[in-house]
Design a protein. Structure first.
Lengths: 164, 701
């Protein structure tokens, strides 16, 4: 019995994943930390005409042109302000580099598989397709975003869809 | 280190050798083959065979082996060349390319094709050399070795010996088992061990190697004594036992060479196609072949990385420059001197790095003799191909993309441009048509021309055909406009569709491809005298001469090559047309006005038309007046792809990084025009009279 418990524990530990926790307004979200390339301030973004409003434009990241997406606008948050706290999380998704604007980065957390609950069917603005689950940590709830799926989805209009 | 590490090197080398082989085959004068060229072809086949053997590419090795044998007979004059034999050789070369590709992709080559080509070569050997054998000249030395798919080592040696080439038998006398293994391994390093047999007293190794006998001996001497080695490879009598002096192959080669040299082939018109760029070019290509290669092979990725880094350096440098220029001149003169030096060095560095990517047009032109030869044969025309400016350099990424359009244009010229020999004769022209491919630099552009001396374009027929296709044409159109009609989709004036061209697909694709490279196509044609199609391309896609413009608070870059002039529009020259549209009159020409701030939704831009600046630009042969707020300046910008991390943006071709580190978008003129039209279309149902009212008001005042 003990042995199987130990094995289960080890397996569970092996499945523990680390997440970067960031805030959008009052809500807390988390993404797989392995997707994150760097975190930088929001500055110097060149607007792109005729793009959806949540695509703020492009910026120069050490010689690479990187599109910047404001998730607050995408998720229809009430308050969208750009201040000293506003940061850009630069993520690496399917060989593409994309910056996402968030209200702040708070933590790096380790979650075990049993702390991650399946996401309920909800959301008009944020389809549960883009969620890997909900993380519960004491009394906090983290919305775990599948950043790969979200950023490569058609509705983000970041990637040229094949049909075009 | 694994042997597979060398695969790539072999593939690249083999590819180059095959390209050389094809070039020489095409240059060959069938009646009086140049022995230098025959030797070069033979050497190419031989080198590929060696490599293929080393890496265990059996099919490739066997094919090249048969091919090599045939070539050997050819260069010894035992096999009379004919057009169809050269064609078979070319076919073999193609087969080798296919095999090479298969191995490169980790596949086995097509077995059927391999057997077919082997049979073809063997049959050719049987028939051709069989005839020669009847004449009794060569009975002793070559008992049809090529007829067998795996000739005996003995036969190979004879052959190699007779031609002073690279096969030899190394006999090891009284060498123990252990040493012997070592020695055979050593020999394997020097060349290809084809066979080995014997006992301790006398062990014979058949070796194919380009190393001289002296060198082989020198290597072996590390392990055994000189008198334990006997190297044979020079006996012409056909008896392998007869020993020959080590130096014999060399001597024989020297003797054979002058005998084989024939008078330089004169350009005779009998052969139909003469894929030759004239005497000087020929002399040059020979010199090139003989010269020691002093280049190194570097992967394109590495070069691109350097180019990117240098681009970064330039950006950093101009950022510093901007900061320094804001400082006090007197106090910082040393710093400013340093900065100007840095600027100069950085530019020089950038130029040298960019030149790495440049490759000569020869790379492209060299494939056309084959195209012309085959197309001419198919069409029953006699055509002489002349190439000019082969050393003109072009960015590698462009050379790869220009090949298809250029091939299409050449085929088109051959099919529609140059008349059949009889027609030409009747028109008082030489029977042989002339097709010129030329390349030259002009400013920041490269100009590639396809010139034929054929019938020229027929204005009336083009117009008639255009009307038939429902295109808006009139007899008053300028020649230039009429010629551009051939680029319309589905347009073909060919009386019948041939399998070479005439389907009307293609010319529009050609134009689109060239425009995709940032270039354009011009046509000049005179009835009865021929047609010149001129492709104008930028030298490189990585750097652009740009004009920075300001709209609202945003900065954009226009490609300088597209900018013709800029002016302040006066009220009298602006005319409203069919509601939303506005045209600007510039010297008797009415240009559609494209307001950049409208197309790109720029806030806070000047909306009063007369306060803006009209930049007259050209895109896809059409002119537009772009309305911008300000002209800022001219600068070279490093082109950065937007699609790497984002997607294609309408009206924008790429992006660049400005001196202050911010990103500016490079505008795509035709895309911009399309965008502003689309916006107007979208607005039309709503009938928003904003611009209309504005322009009306202006016109009233």
């Amino acid at each position: 019995m003990n042995q199987t418990n130990d094995a289960a524990l080890a397996a569970a530990e092996a499945h523990n994943r680390e997440f970067l926790v960031f805030s959008l307004g009052e809500e807390e979200y988390a993404i797989d930390i392995l997707k994150v390339q760097e975190i930088r301030g929001y500055e110097n973004v060149t607007r792109i005409a005729n793009a959806p409003d949540f695509i703020k434009g492009v910026t120069n990241l050490r010689g690479v042109i990187v599109p910047i997406v404001d998730l607050r606008i995408k998720f229809h948050l009430d308050k969208v302000e750009y201040g000293g706290q506003t940061v850009v999380i630069v993520v690496n998704v399917e060989d593409r580099v994309v910056g996402i604007v968030v209200d702040g980065v708070s933590d790096v957390m380790t979650l075990s598989p049993d702390q991650i609950k399946p996401a309920p069917e909800f959301g008009v603005t944020l389809s549960s397709d883009f969620l890997s689950g909900l993380g519960s940590l004491d009394d906090r709830m983290l919305v775990i975003v599948d950043i790969d799926k979200l950023l490569t989805s058609d509705e983000m209009e970041l990637v040229e869809s094949v049909a075009e | 280190m694994d042997i597979t590490d060398f695969y790539d090197t072999f593939f690249e080398e083999a590819e180059e050798l095959l390209a050389d082989m094809e070039r020489y085959l095409l240059e060959l004068d069938v009646d009086e083959p140049d022995s230098e060229q025959l030797n070069a072809i033979f050497r190419a086949a031989h080198s590929i065979k060696g490599g293929a053997g080393t890496f265990g590419f059996d099919a490739l090795q066997k094919t090249t082996h048969l091919f090599e044998n045939l070539l050997d007979h050819t260069r010894k004059g035992e096999l009379r060349l004919r057009r169809d034999i050269v064609d078979t050789f070319l076919e073999t070369k193609d087969m080798l390319s296919d095999q090479l590709d298969a191995y490169r992709n980790g596949d086995e080559p097509d077995q059927e094709a391999f057997e077919r080509i082997c049979q073809t070569l063997q049959r050719l050997a049987l028939e051709e050399i069989g005839q020669d054998l009847e004449s009794g000249a060569l009975v002793a030395s070559t008992p049809q070795p090529v007829a067998k798919s795996e000739p005996e080592p003995e036969a190979l040696v004879e052959q190699g010996a007779a031609s002073g080439s690279d096969l030899r038998v190394v006999a090891l006398l009284n060498v123990g088992e252990k040493d012997r293994q070592l020695l055979v391994e050593e020999l394997g390093q020097l060349g290809e061990v084809i066979a080995q047999e014997g006992d301790e007293a006398c062990y014979e190794v058949t070796l194919s190697s380009s190393v001289s006998n002296d060198d082989i001996e020198a290597v072996m001497c590390f392990i055994i004594d000189t008198d334990q080695i006997k190297i044979r490879g020079a006996d012409t009598g056909g008896a392998p036992q007869a020993e020959a002096p080590v130096a014999a192959p060399e001597v024989e080669k020297q003797q054979a060479a002058p005998a084989a040299v024939e008078p330089p082939p004169l350009a005779s018109s009998a052969g139909g196609v003469m894929p030759d760029s004239g005497k000087p070019a020929k002399a040059k290509s020979k010199a090139k072949g003989g010269g020691e290669s002093t280049s190194i092979r570097v992967s394109v990725d590495k070069v691109d990385q350097i180019i990117n880094l240098v681009g970064e350096l330039i950006i950093t440098q101009s950022m510093l420059d901007q900061t320094v220029s804001e400082m006090d001149n007197v106090a910082n003169s040393a710093l400013q001197n340093g900065m100007s030096l840095l600027q100069r060095n950085a530019r020089d560095l950038q130029e040298s790095v960019m030149s790495i990517r440049m490759i000569p047009m020869d790379f492209i032109f060299s494939r056309f003799p084959r195209v012309v030869r085959e197309t001419a044969a198919k069409l029953g025309k006699e055509i002489e191909l002349v190439t000019e400016g082969e050393s003109t350099e072009l960015d590698k990424s462009l050379t790869e993309r220009i090949i298809d359009p250029l091939t299409h244009l050449v085929r088109n010229s051959l099919d529609h441009g140059i008349e059949p020999p009889d027609v030409r004769q009747a028109a008082g022209k030489p029977r042989t048509g002339k097709l010129v491919l030329s390349a030259k630099h002009q400013g920041g552009n490269i100009i590639i021309e396809v010139i034929d001396d054929g019938a020229g374009l027929n204005r009336d027929r083009l117009l008639a055909k255009a009307r038939e296709n429902g295109l808006p044409v009139s007899d008053a159109m300028s020649d230039d406009e009429v010629w551009q009609l051939i680029f319309a989709p589905g347009f073909s004036t060919a009386k019948e569709v041939t399998d070479v061209s005439g389907r009307g697909v293609g010319m529009d694709v050609v134009k689109r491809n060239i425009q995709g490279m940032g270039g354009h196509v011009q046509i000049m044609s005179r009835p009865g005298e021929g047609t010149t199609i001129r492709i104008v391309l930028p030298l490189t896609l990585a750097i652009l001469d740009g004009m920075s413009i300001k709209v609202g608070n945003e900065m954009f870059i226009l490609p300088l090559s597209a900018v013709l002039e800029s002016l302040q529009p006066s009220r009298e020259d602006l005319y409203a047309m069919a509601g939303d549209d506005v045209v600007l009159k510039v010297r008797d020409e009415y240009l559609p006005v494209v307001a950049v701030h409208e197309a790109l939704d720029v806030p806070k831009a000047k909306t009063e038309l007369t306060e803006t600046i009209a930049v007259i630009v050209q895109g896809e042969g059409r002119r537009y007046a772009l309305l911008v707020d300000d002209l800022v300046g001219q600068q070279q910008v490093v082109v950065k792809n937007l699609e790497t991390n984002y997607r294609k943006v309408p009206g924008v071709s790429a992006a660049t990084i400005l001196g202050d580190g911010s990103v500016a978008l490079i505008l795509d003129i035709t895309g911009l025009h399309r965008l502003s039209r689309e916006k107007k279309e979208k607005r039309r149902p709503e009938r928003k009279p904003a611009l209309e009212a504005l322009t009306d008001k202006e016109l009233e005042t």
